[in-house]
Design a binder for this molecule. Structure first.
Ligand code: UN1
Length: 494
């Protein structure tokens, strides 16, 4: 088992007397890595190192910062297989998706490296003669990145690569159950030649490490992806320090299948959207909104396909779905399944898998409920392989149901009617809409984020990723050699 320290000011260190925690493989419960349970004092050292490194990283030309990012992308690509296996081993997603997690990291780091030669501002006309107006982007300073376990390399990289290209320095805290993936992301940047102090890494609990990061007055921005309750708490704590808080939280993503849809295509989409990553994506398809004319036929097709869908060790390329990520996850999902059994019809699954190798891990059956819109399973984020199927009588009803939840991250519609597809793009309340594709699988060159309780309105990824990590400065250059007064020296036009 690999032992990791904290990464502070360019060095891996283990503070004296530190207590440690372990990560485990959720398929086997075997230990994966051992980590320092960080303290507030460790966070203080990390923030101090980041604050000290800031001026010189800020003053490194952005294209040079981009070169470090490109080197990180090359390193990540070189280690893709090894890191993909680590993602699968520590988090439990199937190996194809483990590699995909790393690929998403590579894609985004490369994309952000190019941003080093853009970071566009604006030039804007002045109301006065001989005066030039423009905007420039400047880094915010020390930023805190707090990341979840479900994309244990990709989401850290969405934050780290964007923060770095903009010239910020970072304190990074990964989810505790995927701390090894977080540590290896840091080693990638270390190998790429990132100067000491620019990226610091502190493992430990949200209550101790996370809260100390949010409380530190030198941290200007907190970028957090995770659950809605923790997000609310981070936002409230950040508000005390008048900090900028970027949140990417939950989803209860609808996939609508209309009566004119290509049902075979929709079937593949639902299987991937609902049971890919064992349903543990914020973008997972958790509500299947089916037109009544295809309801029975489509659910029948889905049940048939699930009969041959394999749940097992995610490192085996033949496995369709791995375990859920932790004992906590398993408990929470089983609670929702019990809740669903009270008011909804269980169509398939609903149990923990037991016997043989299953006994060692957190394996659940892919589960489908037939439910009514309004039941708790139809409205609350479960974050597991549990799909709620809801019958609707029209497009209008489908949209009403789709929109009537607290979240608004991803959404999808399957239809062959082009007019209806465009109407859905307009009507669905979500940050992302797919037409004839499932709710998961966003590409990094487009903005990612949601509306309503999914977050505070910002977006990650895409060219707008730099918005989160920069301040805009407005610049006025007066070359008239006299005092010109805006709003006062305005000629009175007839
Ligand atoms: C998440 O679940 O938090 O769009 C991120 C997707 C992935 C990212 C998901 N590219 O499903």
């Amino acid at each position: 088992m690999q032992e990791y320290g904290l990464y502070l000011d360019g060095k891996w260190v283990t503070p004296t007397g530190a207590s440690r925690f372990q990560t485990i493989n959720p398929a086997t419960r075997e230990p994966v890595g051992s980590f320092v349970a960080g303290t507030a004092a460790d966070v203080d050292r990390a923030v101090s190192a980041a604050a000290k490194a800031f001026p010189s990283w800020r003053d490194t030309p952005a294209p040079r910062r981009g070169e470090v990012l490109l080197a990180a992308a090359v390193e990540m690509r070189r280690r893709k297989e090894e890191l993909g296996r680590l993602v699968t081993t520590e988090m439990g997603k199937v190996i194809g998706e483990g590699r995909g997690d790393v690929q998403e990291s590579i894609d985004f780091i490369e994309y952000m490296a190019g941003e080093g030669r853009r970071l566009f501002g604006e030039t804007v006309p002045s109301e006065l003669p001989s005066k030039f107006c423009l905007t420039v982007r400047q880094p915010k300073g020390v930023v805190a990145c707090i990341t979840p376990w479900n994309f244990p390399t990709a989401i850290p990289n969405w934050k780290i690569a964007a923060a770095l290209i903009c010239g910020n320095t970072i304190v990074f805290k990964p989810a505790s159950n995927t701390a090894g993936c977080g540590a290896e992301v840091v080693r990638v940047y270390e190998a790429a030649g990132l100067p000491p102090g620019v990226l610091n890494f502190v493992t430990g609990s949200g209550a101790v490490v996370g809260n100390a990061m949010v409380a530190d007055p030198r941290v200007r921005l907190v970028s957090f992806t995770g659950g809605v309750e923790t997000g609310r708490d981070v936002n409230v704590r950040g508000a005390q320090g008048l900090k900028m808080v970027h949140l990417e939280l939950g989803g209860k993503n609808p996939l609508i299948v209309m009566d004119d849809a290509d049902l075979k295509l929709a079937l593949d989409g639902v299987l991937f959207g609902a049971f890919g990553t064992a349903g543990q994506r914020c973008t997972a398809t958790s509500r299947l909104i089916l037109h009544e004319r295809v309801f029975d036929e489509f659910l029948g097709m889905l049940e048939d396909r699930l009969r041959t869908f394999s749940v097992g060790n995610p490192i085996d390329p033949a496995t369709g779905m791995g375990p859920v990520a932790s004992a906590d996850q398993e408990r929470k999902i089983l609670e929702y399944i019990a809740l669903g059994q009270k008011d909804s019809k269980l169509r398939r699954g609903g149990h923990k898998l037991t016997g043989g190798a299953y006994d060692r891990g957190f394996f659940l059956e892919p589960t489908i409920f037939e439910t009514q819109h309004g039941s708790r399973i139809s409205k609350e984020e479960i974050f597991g392989p549990v799909l709620s199927a809801i019958r609707v009588g029209s497009y209008e009803e489908a949209v009403r149901v789709a929109n009537d939840v607290e979240y608004g991250l991803s959404s999808a519609i399957y239809t062959r009617d082009v007019n209806r597809a465009f109407r859905a793009i307009h009507d669905l309340e979500a940050g992302i809409t797919y037409v004839n594709a499932p709710t998961i699988g966003a590409e990094v060159q487009l903005p990612f984020g949601g509306i309503k309780n999914t977050g505070t309105g910002g977006r990650e990824a895409g060219s707008v990723a730099v918005e989160e990590f920069t301040e805009i400065k407005s610049v006025f250059i007066d070359f008239s050699s006299r005092l010109q007064k805006a709003q006062i020296d305005t000629p009175n036009l007839p």
